[in-house]
Design a protein around this ligand. Structure first.
Ligand SMILES: [Zn+2]
Length: 82
């Protein structure tokens, strides 16, 4: 694992470029799958995960490393209760 030290007051341009390289996508908080669809209905919309069946009101903005971590976690313990 690689530690990236971000110093905010050092070089903002470098930070921005690194952030740009790590594309953030909305993923399922349970399994890390980006394969979500949003169902607007009733009083509030819910996210549905096609992969694990998660249904809930929030998703996670994650980059590739975070997605990998979530997936590893999910695969390690296939029962995750909301
Ligand atoms: Zn899922």
């Amino acid at each position: 694992m690689e530690d990236i030290v971000v110093e905010e007051n050092d070089d903002e341009l470098t930070v921005f470029q690194e952030a740009d390289d790590e594309e953030m996508v909305e993923v399922c908080p349970v399994c890390g799958s980006p394969d979500l669809y949003y169902e607007a209905g009733g009083t509030e919309g819910l996210f549905h995960c096609k992969y694990c069946g998660y249904i809930g009101g929030f998703v996670i903005d994650a980059n590739k490393k975070m997605i990998q971590l979530i997936r590893d976690e999910y695969e390690n313990k296939l029962r995750v209760s909301e």
